[in-house]
Ligand binder design. Structure first.
Ligand code: G16
Length: 576
């Protein structure tokens, strides 16, 4: 056992042995010592998990029984978990602590043997994945709405992760949703709150509650993957960096690893204290919400390296001095250079990217001679590929990159891999990016989001374009001639499951693409995402402005999908 802890199932065996020595049975403890309360309830119609769990406004979750219904529906959709361990933690946003307490009570009432909870109710999403795997838990409940704003009127979310540490696959989320439609009661304990701020174990109603250091397991895992000695030497020789934790969960992780362990000067991590409302900001590490960092990196005062992470620590933003690295390029560059880090010295088994992510990683995979998998949007689709050893590194255009070290995307991991590459190559980020484009060509890429569009209008737009897809091949449009057009469907190579309707694609003969889909994480109206990509092999043409390079694709998308007319918007809300 890596973590110096008894694995969960051994723990349960020890627990049973202890009870036997006392002449007790677990059921007698359950029935006798705790006051399990069965509460009558009625279904809520809106508990369908989206791209990443159930995300709603805080007041929706605050309705009586709303959280309990969803948690009970999760438990009712699982089998054989009696006596096992459940990991619980969240990104510290408003309502996090209350829901952690609810989960603990309900886990005890439903027969879990142990709950592992991060101190203060905190666990970043990748750290939760790390703890589930490292401590062999049955699964975990992660409380987060990721990069969405927090606070009493902000967003909240609940997600279930399975024993491999990754988001529950559709088979389970579908079962949870079905259960939410028929639920009539839930089980909980009549018990006051447990102290989440003191490390150590206590027992409630026959179940152990262990408050763990949220950083320690994760930090040890990072140290096993990267050349910390080389990164430490780089900082010691004057390398400068700014990491913006956006008042979200990564602050304590970044301080412990970057400043305390790797010797980056104090103050390298900014906005490092997690706050329930993220300081009133939107913890989304993109060029809009991390503008201060972006402006610094483009100025004369720029440090060597800039990075940020989101609400729950699974997304990353990478900016070198004078250069923003798109998430799609970052995936490709990290894949091409991963062998420079000790954890990936053996090479990659394969690369996986979500469909809307640019094809830059495909070119790296081709050169490495490994497979590149194209999955629907949603980290859960990478789980099978990683478990089966088909892919080592995965990434998404939505600022997510990760590897088989956990089963979630991992913001700080991406930052540390970049630092490892910089320490090994001893070149500025800009030079590394330019060399990469010179070798592989440049995939100009951008995403245009139309947020809070009327849901009916958004669906009408999608239906209209979907109906035209079959007639498009061969058509000449401002962006070029259409080669193929379809509604993306994915057939999982491991379990054969098929996921249809995953985004409309219009592919041009020169390799350019337009993709349109409706976000599965928005909490108000519909968010339309338009993804644009153009491949440019000629290094002499790698210096163009991204939006200018994609202008004819934008015009073509509007012509095909009637974006302006149907959304009533003249321009997107956010361009990344
Ligand atoms: C989640 C998913 C990602 C997905 C992203 C955006 O990320 O885990 O796989 O790419 O949402 O999804 P959509 O385009 O449907 O809004 P996160 O960081 O929000 O948990």
């Amino acid at each position: 056992q890596v973590w110096g802890e008894p694995p969960a199932r051994h723990y349960h065996a020890l627990y049973l042995a202890l009870l036997a020595a006392r002449g007790q049975k677990p059921t007698s403890i359950r029935k006798g010592a705790m006051s399990v309360v069965t509460v009558a309830t009625k279904p809520f119609a809106d508990q369908k998990p989206g791209t990443s769990g159930l995300r709603k406004k805080v007041p929706v979750f605050q309705q009586p029984h709303y959280v309990e219904n969803f948690i009970q529906s999760i438990f009712d959709s699982l089998e054989d978990y009696a006596g096992t361990s459940l990991v619980v933690g969240g990104d510290g946003r408003y309502y996090n602590r209350e829901v952690v307490q609810t989960v603990i009570r309900m886990a005890a009432a439903n027969g879990f043997g142990r709950v592992l909870v991060g101190r203060g109710g905190l666990l970043s999403t990748p750290a939760a994945s790390c703890v589930i795997r490292g401590r062999e838990a049955f699964g975990g409940i992660i409380l987060s709405a990721s990069h969405n704003p927090g606070g009493p009127d902000g967003d909240f979310g609940i997600k279930y992760n399975i024993g491999n540490g990754g988001p529950a696959p559709e088979k389970i989320t579908d079962a949870i949703f079905e259960r939410t439609k028929t639920i009539s009661e839930y089980r909980t304990l009549d018990l006051s709150n447990v102290d989440l701020d003191r490390l150590g174990a206590i027992e409630i109603g026959g179940m152990a509650v262990e408050v763990i250091d949220p950083v320690a397991d994760y930090q040890a895992l990072m140290a096993s993957l990267f050349d910390f000695t080389a990164i430490r030497a780089m900082f010691a020789s004057g390398f400068t960096m700014r990491f913006d934790a956006m008042h979200a969960v990564t602050g304590p992780y970044a301080r412990a690893i970057l400043e305390e362990e790797l010797g980056a000067p104090a103050g390298t991590v900014v906005n490092g204290t997690p706050l329930p409302d993220f300081g009133g900001h939107h913890p989304d590490p993109n060029l809009v919400h991390a503008k201060e960092l972006y402006d610094l990196m483009m100025s004369d005062a720029a440090p060597d390296f800039g990075a940020a992470s989101d609400g729950d620590g699974d997304r990353n933003l990478i900016i070198g001095r004078g250069v923003f690295v798109t998430p799609s390029d970052s995936l490709a560059i990290l894949a091409a250079n991963a062998h420079l880090a000790p954890g990936y010295r053996q090479g990659l088994k394969g690369i996986a990217r979500s469909m809307p992510t640019s094809g830059a990683a495909d070119r790296v995979a081709a050169k490495l001679g490994v497979a590149c998998y194209e999955t629907p949007t949603g980290w859960k689709f990478f789980g099978n590929l990683l478990d089966a050893g088909l892919a080592t590194i995965c990434g998404e255009e939505s600022a997510g990159t990760g590897s088989d070290h956990v089963r979630e995307k991992d913001g700080l991991w991406a930052v540390l891999l970049w630092l490892n590459v910089l320490a090994a190559r001893k070149q500025p980020v800009l030079e590394i990016v330019r060399e990469h484009w010179a070798t592989y060509g440049r995939n100009y890429y951008s995403r245009h989001d139309y947020e809070e569009v009327d849901a009916k209008a958004a669906n009408g737009l999608m239906d209209h374009l979907r109906a035209r897809l079959d007639s498009l091949p061969g058509t000449r449009l401002p962006a070029g001639t259409v080669q193929a057009a379809d509604d993306f469907a994915y057939s999982d190579p491991v379990d054969g499951s098929v996921s249809a309707n995953q985004g409309l694609r219009v592919l041009f003969t020169d390799g350019s693409r337009i993709v349109l889909r409706i976000s599965g994480t928005g909490t108000a109206g519909a968010t339309l995402r338009l993804y644009l990509e153009r491949y440019e092999p000629d290094p002499a043409r790698h210096g163009q402005d991204t939006q200018a390079a994609l202008a004819d694709l934008v015009e073509t998308a509007d012509r095909l999908a009637e974006l302006k007319a149907r959304t009533g918007r003249q321009a997107p809300t956010v361009i990344t």
